[in-house]
Design a protein around this ligand. Structure first.
Ligand code: HEC
Ligand code: HEC
Length: 327
């Protein structure tokens, strides 16, 4: 009898222990939750099912091979092939930024995704139906639980996941970065270009992000540009046609240039980009001669980060359930 009770006690303890252990494993999502949140954000970023026609994901306009810009498209193409008015910028080093969009209209990255999701000319979707779809999916429920400790995704965890993935997109491995770390050296042409850059460009395109989150009008606006830029946000006449300084990192991957993608080549930027009043607003190619422009462009090309666009962990999540859903 005593032996039986002892056995029973042992068995109960064992069962209790195994439950506790199992429970611990189940709620121990935080150990690896950062990488799981990034992974969940990545899956959402590449998932087209939230758009109105089921065809457009964030990645349709932000391609990893183009440093997450929309190469070859002047303005973005959204659901049912509708045309936007602005060129999709590259997405990298967003963790260093305080304001977003070309007119700086958005102050929080973890709210930004609502804009394209709801825009009738981008994804034409809405957050409630997106969440309904996600929360019906067994695969999403599993990863949501692992990442956030809750199998039902909320607006907050949906947006946070995407923002966490976006914040993981870091591009600091260009030739320029290697020179800063003393691992490489500039050749004579790049050195000369660097000098022009610090004289004429760095006050706005400030390293290491190569922009400064301020707004200027740098293109000739008499060409019929109807986009009022920063003015839409501030209603300040000084801000008419002013746009946030664009980063000059990864320029070889993010063409066409300018907020409306109207400039195809870097050399054309030099002929059209005006410099501030202190230089009496001439275009770049009127303060630098042909040789100096070549040197400047040589320097700008050192800001390309090929490892960034080749990084597998930023690309379509091949191992995820999105593939299975499509077939
Ligand atoms: C139809 C094309 C399109 C789709 C789809 C799209 N975007 Fe964009 N994205 C753009 C354009 C165009 C801009 C610039 C808009 C502006 O300045 O007003 C932009 C801007 C951004 C920015 C601000 C970047 C910066 O440097 O300020 C972020 C972040 C972003 N998009 C993330 C996303 C996410 C996340 C999704 C999916 C939920 C998404 N985008 C879907 C075209 C698109
Ligand atoms: C007064 C601030 C200012 C100065 C100085 C300046 N830029 Fe800019 N630059 C901008 C702004 C603002 C934009 C974005 C304009 C837009 O989106 O329409 C921009 C855009 C660009 C672009 C296009 C990037 C893209 O992805 O669309 C290039 C290339 C460029 N600048 C190069 C230069 C070079 C080279 C110099 C120096 C010779 C220079 N800039 C000096 C403010 C400046």
């Amino acid at each position: 009898m005593i032996k039986n009770i002892a056995l029973l006690l042992m068995a109960t303890t064992f069962i209790l222990l195994s439950f506790t252990t199992k429970d611990k494993t189940a709620i121990n999502y935080s150990a690896n939750s950062d990488s799981l949140r990034i992974e969940l954000g990545r899956i959402l970023f590449y998932d087209p099912q939230f758009s109105q026609d089921g065809q457009i994901s964030c990645a349709s306009c932000h391609s990893p091979y183009q440093a997450f810009a929309h190469t070859d498209h002047a303005v973005s193409h959204g659901v049912f092939d509708s045309l936007g008015t602005r060129n999709a910028p590259g997405l990298f080093n967003l963790h260093t930024r305080n304001i977003f969009m070309r007119d700086g209209a958005i102050h929080r990255l973890d709210l930004q995704a609502l804009a394209p999701l709801h825009s009738p000319i981008e994804m034409g979707g809405n957050i409630d139906s997106a969440l309904k779809k996600i929360n019906r999916s067994k695969d999403y429920r599993t990863i949501s639980y692992q990442a956030w400790g809750d199998s039902t995704m909320s607006i907050q965890t949906f947006l946070q996941s995407i923002a966490t993935f976006e914040n993981s997109l870091q591009s600091f491995n260009s030739y320029w970065d290697k020179v800063q770390k003393g691992k490489q050296q500039f050749n004579a042409m790049q050195k000369a270009g660097e000098k022009h850059f610090f004289r004429y460009c760095a006050q706005c395109h400030t390293p290491p992000s190569f922009q400064n989150e301020l707004f200027y009008c740098v293109w000739d606006t008499l060409n019929g540009d109807t986009d009022l830029g920063r003015y839409i946000v501030t209603q300040n006449p000084k801000d008419r046609h002013a746009f946030m300084t664009a980063s000059l990192r990864n320029l070889s991957f993010t063409y066409p240039y300018s907020h409306n993608g109207s400039i195809d080549h870097l050399y054309q930027c030099m002929d059209k980009h005006q410099l501030p009043q202190e230089y009496r607003s001439p275009v770049i190619s009127s303060v630098l001669d042909d040789r100096e422009i070549t040197e400047l462009v040589g320097f700008l090309l050192t800001l390309n980060d090929t490892s960034f666009i080749q990084e597998k962990k930023y690309q379509f999540p091949k191992q995820s359930f999105l593939i299975k859903r499509k077939s």
